[in-house]
Design a protein around this ligand. Structure first.
Ligand SMILES: Cc1cc2nc3c(=O)[nH]c(=O)nc-3n(C[C@H](O)[C@H](O)[C@H](O)COP(=O)(O)O)c2cc1C
Length: 204
C-alpha cells in the first residue's frame, strides 16, 4: 500500500516545467539507466517494443533547439519569432538535455501484418505506446527533482532531425522532452472539469 501511495505521489509531482536551468545534480549515467529501464519495462501494444528514444546532451541538445529556431524563423513574422525564440531559450534550450521520442514505423507495419484483426488500429496503439513511455520518463525525472515539459515541433523539424543525427527513416518523431532543474514552481493545476463529471463508479 505504501508503495502504491509513493507512486501516486510521484504522478502528482510531475508537472510541466518551463523555467529550466542546465545544472542538474545527477550524473548522465543515471539518466541513461533510467531510460534503459523504462524501455525494458513500459508496456507496448502486442509487446511490439516500437518506442525509440534519443537522449541529446551538451552540443547535441543545443543543436536541436537551433534546428527548431531555424525551422520556425521563416514561418513566423518577426514579432512572433522573437517571442518563440525567447520561450525556446528560457524553457527548452536552457535545460540540461532533451529526450526525443520516436515510434519505429517498421514495427508498426510488421504488427499490422502479424495481427490483421487489429491492423486498422495499430497506428493508434503506437501513439498510446509512445505516450506511456513519455509519461513514465516525465514522472521518473520529476521524482529525481528534474523538471521537464512536452513539446511537439514535429513534424516541422523531422527532416532536419533525421539529417543531423542520421537515424533510421522508419523512426517517426512523436515528442520532445526538454529537461533540467526547475527554476520555478508551477501554479496549482486548474481542475476545470469537476471530478464527478470525469468518472462513473458502479458498485453493488
Ligand atoms: C499529449 C500531450 C501533449 C502536450 N503537448 C504540449 C506541447 O506541445 N507543448 C507544451 O508546452 N505542453 C504540452 N503538453 C503539456 C500540457 O499542456 C500540460 O500537461 C497540461 O497543461 C497540464 O499541466 P501539467 O503538465 O503541469 O500537469 C502536452 C501534454 C500532453 C499530455
Amino acid at each position: 500500500m505504501l508503495m502504491a501511495n509513493q507512486f501516486l505521489d510521484a504522478v502528482a509531482a510531475r508537472r510541466t516545467c518551463y523555467d529550466l536551468d542546465g545544472d542538474i545534480p545527477i550524473p548522465e549515467a543515471h539518466i541513461e539507466q533510467m531510460i534503459d529501464r523504462l524501455l525494458l519495462t513500459v508496456p507496448s501494444a502486442f509487446n511490439g517494443q516500437s518506442t525509440r528514444i534519443m537522449l541529446l546532451l551538451g552540443a547535441h541538445h543545443n543543436a536541436l533547439w537551433k534546428i527548431v529556431k531555424e525551422t520556425l524563423r521563416p514561418l513566423l513574422d518577426a514579432d512572433q519569432f522573437l517571442k518563440s525564440e525567447r520561450k525556446i531559450d528560457i524553457s527548452f534550450a536552457a535545460g540540461y538535455g532533451t529526450v526525443l521520442f520516436f515510434e519505429d514505423w517498421q514495427v508498426v507495419e510488421q504488427q499490422k501484418a502479424r495481427f490483421p484483426l487489429y491492423a486498422d488500429r495499430m497506428e493508434e496503439y503506437t501513439l498510446q505506446t509512445s505516450a506511456m513511455h513519455q509519461f513514465a520518463l516525465w514522472t521518473a525525472l520529476a521524482d529525481e527533482g528534474i523538471g521537464a515539459s512536452l513539446q511537439h515541433y514535429n513534424p516541422l523539424i523531422d527532416s532536419a532531425v533525421h539529417r543531423r543525427w542520421a537515424i533510421s527513416p522508419s523512426w517517426r518523431l512523436m515528442a520532445q522532452m526538454p529537461f533540467g532543474i526547475p527554476l520555478s514552481t508551477p501554479d496549482e493545476k486548474v481542475q476545470h472539469t469537476p471530478l464527478a463529471a470525469r468518472r462513473i463508479y458502479f458498485k453493488e
